[in-house]
Ligand binder design. Structure first.
Ligand SMILES: Cc1cc2nc3c(=O)[nH]c(=O)nc-3n(C[C@H](O)[C@H](O)[C@H](O)COP(=O)(O)OP(=O)(O)OC[C@H]3O[C@@H](n4cnc5c(N)ncnc54)[C@H](O)[C@@H]3O)c2cc1C
Length: 535
């Protein structure tokens, strides 16, 4: 049978979430994934024999609890492993800072650097949690269009306005959070450079921005909106790697009767009289559907699979203007032993190995790292976030061995240093990163058995992430909420009738959250039940 109620282009976690909710609502669904495995940027792959590697995303917190519950993901293998401490930050002067689950213990760590900051930190956490509880309900619904004259849209805009008013003075904090640089924002709260740098790493993650770039405070906020087992802002590992999430989604979908096809790259969407009626694969196979959803990013979807000739010129111009830059390099490393940090020596498993290990000693270091990339060169001294998930999950590496994930910034997609990304330049960059880690953990290089590098080029080519952008579009204020992916098109509908978006390029954006897939399915279901409801 080649005909379905809904076809989903792309088996990333959002595509699979959308398919699950549609199938649950009684629509027959087919997911078409170009790679040989579903998951997109949320996947486990065996890049070293005997290791289960989360090749791209590596920690989980944002995945919405209602999705985990509704789709029974635990029944299909999803299990989150808590990390306590959540982070370890060694500094060049030999000091270090842990962040623990226990607030009091974290404050004791901060007090090693500043008693004043230790006193301020609980209020900072309280404030962030309060703001997160304001934003969280907005994550799972379509943003209202403030320009629409449609009565129901006007009511939704008004309700939002009333909600904002309900924040009282909190609105000032919210505006600061949305518009300031993470460096300036943290300076409002804390005096310790070490603490500010530790926290600013979350403000630049995946961003084409340094800590002094306006808008990065929001990225920090975006990363505290999740939860792990009910604990706000806490990130965990997924047992078996991040691919367990998407495998669970795929199993849940298939148990409901949904279909998944891998090695199925969509070449184009079939459009008749301005209406999407199906897709044609690169190998010529054809599938028809009442509705088509795209989990691919907006550039690939509209400029690739739909084609400008099928779009209003103004819309196509808008799509071309979506910024998709990123400076992320992912390095996965097979280790024959744990790193021995000078700041907290020990080759046996200790708390310093369990959480995220930051190498970003101060704000200038981070800004300089971005400066290099801004001028077309990979950072001379990059910002490095390392995790060793095998420290809490014994299913990932052979006995006695460990798996390390390195999320490294910054490296431009297009280099201006006369080099191109290839196997050799990937290895050169990895060696640069290893030599910096060596400064903090002497002997580290000899622990490396094998490594696997994903440059921005590799992320673009192998994982279909245009520009190497890990969020399907930069997460800046002008590309968020009712502006994501474009103003007037935040409703998941597109100018092509019966074609919808369902990936991270839509509200509320990137990360393994599932929200875009969830909202999209609700909209598609609603339209299927009352087809005149377009726009
Ligand atoms: C290196 C890296 C590290 C990250 N770390 C984290 C992290 O630790 N935690 C976190 O929460 N988030 C992290 N992220 C971000 C997060 O992984 C992504 O934002 C999220 O997975 C995007 O999900 P998605 O389903 O919207 O899109 P994707 O996962 O990109 O899925 C889109 C799918 O569509 C497929 N596709 C594209 N074109 C076609 C076509 N023509 N035909 C068929 N299929 C097609 C792709 O192959 C892909 O499978 C990271 C991302 C990267 C790249």
């Amino acid at each position: 049978m080649n005909s379905f109620d809904a076809i989903i282009i792309g088996g990333g976690h959002n595509g699979l979430v959308a398919a699950n909710y549609l199938q649950r609502a009684g629509h027959s669904t087919l997911v078409l994934e170009r790679r040989s495995v579903v998951g997109g940027a949320c996947v486990t792959e065996e890049v070293f024999p005997g290791y289960k590697v989360s090749t791209t995303s590596y920690v989980c917190s944002l995945l919405r609890p209602e999705i985990i519950r509704d789709l029974e993901l635990r029944r299909y293998g999803y299990e989150i492993l808590e990390r306590n401490p959540s982070s370890f930050s060694p500094f060049p002067d030999g000091r270090y800072m842990f962040f623990w689950k226990d607030l009091k213990k974290t404050c004791e760590e901060i007090a090693k650097f500043s008693a004043k900051d230790a006193a301020a930190y609980p209020e900072f956490e309280r404030k962030i949690t309060e703001l997160a509880s304001f934003v969280q309900p907005l994550l799972m619904s379509v943003p209202p269009d403030p320009t629409s004259l449609n009565p129901s849209e006007m009511v939704r805009s008004l309700l939002l306005l009333l909600k904002v008013r309900g924040l009282g003075k909190g609105i000032y904090e919210q505006m600061r959070m949305f518009s300031m640089s993470v460096a300036d924002y943290l300076a409002l709260w804390f005096e310790s450079e070490a603490l500010r740098a530790r926290m600013a790493t979350d403000g630049v993650i995946g961003a084409w921005a340094g800590p002094y770039s306006p808008g990065t405070a929001y990225v920090l906020f975006h990363h505290v909106m999740g939860e792990t087992e009910g604990a706000q802002g806490v990130w965990g590992y997924v047992r078996g790697g991040m691919g367990t999430v998407t495998q669970a989604l795929s199993l849940s979908l298939q148990a409901k009767g949904g279909k998944v096809l891998t090695n199925a790259e969509v070449d184009h969407v079939v459009i008749k009289n301005g209406t999407a009626t199906g897709v044609v694969l690169a190998d010529g196979r054809e599938f028809s559907a009442k509705r088509v959803l795209s989990n691919a990013d907006p550039i690939r979807t509209f400029l690739g699979m739909v084609g400008e000739k099928n779009l209003p010129a103004e819309f196509a111009d808008g799509v071309r203007s979506i910024r998709m830059r990123s400076g992320v390099v992912k390095i996965n490393v097979a280790l024959n032993g744990l790193p021995n940090f000078s700041a907290l020596p020990g080759e046996k498993l200790g708390p310093q190995h369990r959480g995220t290990i930051h190498i970003a000693p101060d704000m200038d270091y981070m800004e300089r790292a971005f400066d290099d990339a801004k001028h077309g060169r990979p950072s001379e001294r990059p910002v490095i976030e390392m995790t060793i998930p095998s420290s809490v999950d014994d299913t990932l590496a052979p006995t006695g061995k460990h798996l390390m994930s390195m999320f490294v910034q910054y490296a431009p997609l297009e280099r201006k240093d006369g080099k191109e990304w290839n196997e050799q330049t990937n290895a050169e960059f990895a060696e640069r990163v290893f030599s910096i880690v060596e400064e903090y953990a002497p002997g580290f290089r000899s622990r490396v058995d094998a490594f696997h590098v994903l440059s921005p080029k590799d992320l673009e080519r192998d994982y279909a992430l245009t520009g190497g952008n890990i969020f399907h579009g930069e997460m800046t204020l002008d590309q968020l909420f009712f502006m994501r992916p474009l103003p007037k098109y935040a409703s998941f509908r597109t100018p092509v009738r019966n074609l919808y978006m369902c990936g991270a390029g839509c509200h509320p954006g990137g990360g393994v959250m599932g929200a875009p897939g969830y909202i999209s399915a609700k909209i598609v279901d609603k339209d299927a039940r009352s087809p005149r409801n377009w726009f």
